[in-house]
Design a protein around this ligand. Structure first.
Ligand SMILES: *Cc1c(COP(=O)(O)O)cnc(C)c1O
Length: 365
């Protein structure tokens, strides 16, 4: 059997007619930039998250950069962030001339450890940037308490967790402002690059609308030094179709994750921990951990099973940030060398899932 990590053709084949029709409508009217499908999708996504506003941008990194920009931090302001996130979260902070203050994750959830945040707060701290990593919503209650106590903004990186819920609220509606990515691999992905910002604050939404369009909302009037980063009408049209199926797709992901957790048994493999409330997790990534990762990956490849790593080099070890390369974050570093992501997506068949489980259980080291 050959099982790729993702299968984009099969993913879209299920509602190909709807997507073809949505694309045809845009090609027919020709409003490729800021067409009505963009406005419609923004409203749908805001409604989905429970926020008042959503503003489409070019990609997830821009969604985070522009979100932070609307909060007008001073150069050198500090932003608390998990040390084990994807580099884009960190880039968004440093492109805003702020200082990422890295906090270790909880070893079991891979999410920022809320008990290690307060010790990192200084008079310069202005925000906590939470990352709903691997698709799991961060335990917000302790973080909200700290944000209130120290008057900090909460900003969300929801790029891996479209649809995840924390105590009945969706990711994207758990802080001041949130950024999402629609990269094709994400739970809600388009056919190219895309992103969006969600917020309840009208002033911030308007600022994003200006920032994404050369600093202009009204034609010819440039109110700030903006960028150029809009979500295409075509991508918005595709995303409207896929958003209708997102909850169902996430439910399939949960079922597969549950099957993996119940059936994978290997003394050298640690499985991810299920949250008590299953709606907290949308299983963007199914991570297993082993000290023998290279061996397991090669073995699975020999069985035709493609796996990937999220992520083998943590941001503080990246050549892009030489000033941090000597810092030590032991939990982050351990997760980085042990993590292996199994295929998990809504078009994985039961046969494939069982084959993956059997192959892993038969792994002889
Ligand atoms: C994918 C991702 C991003 C960046 O999104 P792009 O659309 O690829 O720019 C940011 N943060 C996290 C956690 C991600 O997984």
């Amino acid at each position: 059997m050959e099982i790729p990590y993702c299968n984009f053709y099969k993913l879209h084949e299920r509602y190909r007619d709807e997507i073809d029709q949505a694309i045809k409508i845009v090609l027919d009217h020709g409003q490729f930039i800021q067409g009505q499908e963009l406005t419609a999708f923004e409203q749908q996504f805001a409604q989905f998250c429970g926020t008042k506003y959503a503003v489409g941008v070019g990609n997830g990194l821009d969604a985070l950069i522009l979100s932070l920009m609307t909060l007008h931090f001073e150069p050198g302001d500090e932003i608390i962030v998990p040390a084990n996130t994807y580099i884009a979260t960190i880039l968004a902070i440093t492109h805003n001339h702020c200082v990422p203050v890295l906090v270790e994750p909880d070893e079991h959830t891979s999410l920022i450890d809320p008990t290690k945040i307060e010790e990192k707060i200084t008079p310069k701290t202005k925000a906590i940037l939470v990352v709903h990593f691997y698709g799991r919503a961060v335990e917000m209650a302790p973080i909200v308490r700290l944000a209130e106590k120290y008057h900090l903004h909460i900003v969300e990186d929801g790029a891996q967790a479209h649809g995840a819920q924390y105590q009945g609220n969706r990711v994207g509606h758990l802080g001041t402002i949130a950024g999402f990515s629609f990269h094709p691999t994400k739970n809600l992905g388009c056919c190219g690059d895309g992103g969006i910002v969600t917020t309840d604050r009208e002033d911030l939404a308007n600022e994003i609308r200006a920032l994404r369009n050369y600093g202009s909302i009204e034609k010819y009037v440039h109110i700030c030094k903006g960028f150029h980063s809009k979500l295409d009408t075509l991508q918005a049209a595709v995303l409207s179709v896929k958003l209708r199926h997102l909850d169902a797709d996430n439910a399939i992901r949960r079922k597969i994750a549950k099957f993996y957790c119940e059936h994978i048994h290997h003394p050298l493999i640690t499985l991810p921990v299920h949250p008590k409330d299953e709606l907290e997790h949308v299983w963007h990534i199914f991570s297993i951990f082993t000290e023998k990762r290279a061996e397991l990956q090669a073995y699975l490849q020999s069985k035709g099973i493609q796996t990937v790593m999220h992520y083998p080099i943590p941001p503080h070890k990246a050549p892009a940030y030489p000033e941090w390369n000597q810092l030590s974050f032991p939990i982050t570093e351990k997760l980085a060398v042990e993590e292996l992501s199994l295929p998990l997506h809504p078009v994985l068949t039961q046969d494939e899932v069982e084959y993956i489980v059997e192959s892993i259980n038969q792994w002889k080291v």
